[in-house]
Design a protein. Structure first.
Length: 144
């Protein structure tokens, strides 16, 4: 991003309001969160990405009975990491949704399967440039 675009690091409450973080917007709303993953407000997906604001995602590792992890190749049309290998299932946490609910929703949406066993959170990544400013909760089976 250019130098004239504010980062999420130095945004005042007034600037957040001016950007619409506290305003409901279009069809897909994300919770915008602080350094400690606490909700500040919500904003449209495209604006969250444009302004590089912290938000949430859930990833799910699908493991078969031999302990092999299913991975998938990202579409070449994706804006981020097109054509690269990725976790079994991943998606953004919608505004007001929990990480766990997102994981179950994404399993159904992306591969058409509800979890065969309860999911267990097996990892958590802090938001950073490496994660695209996403806090990431990683889920897997309770008994791989």
């Amino acid at each position: 991003m250019g130098d004239n675009v504010p980062s999420h690091h130095a945004m005042s409450d007034h600037a957040q309001h001016a950007l619409g973080i506290h305003k409901e917007g279009d069809h897909e709303l994300f919770d915008v969160v602080d350094d400690d993953d606490r909700v500040l407000g919500r904003m449209r997906r495209d604006d969250v990405h444009r302004w590089q604001l912290r938000h949430r995602a859930a990833h799910v590792l699908v493991v078969n009975s031999r302990g092999e992890v299913f991975v998938q190749r990202r579409s070449t049309l994706k804006e981020c990491a097109p054509g690269l290998w990725d976790t079994s299932v991943a998606g953004h946490v919608q505004s007001g949704e929990s990480y766990a609910a997102c994981a179950v929703r994404e399993l159904t949406e992306e591969i058409g399967l509800p979890p065969a066993t309860p999911l267990c959170q097996v990892g958590y990544l802090k938001a950073s440039p490496d994660t695209g400013w996403e806090f990431v909760a990683v889920f897997g089976p309770t008994d791989p």
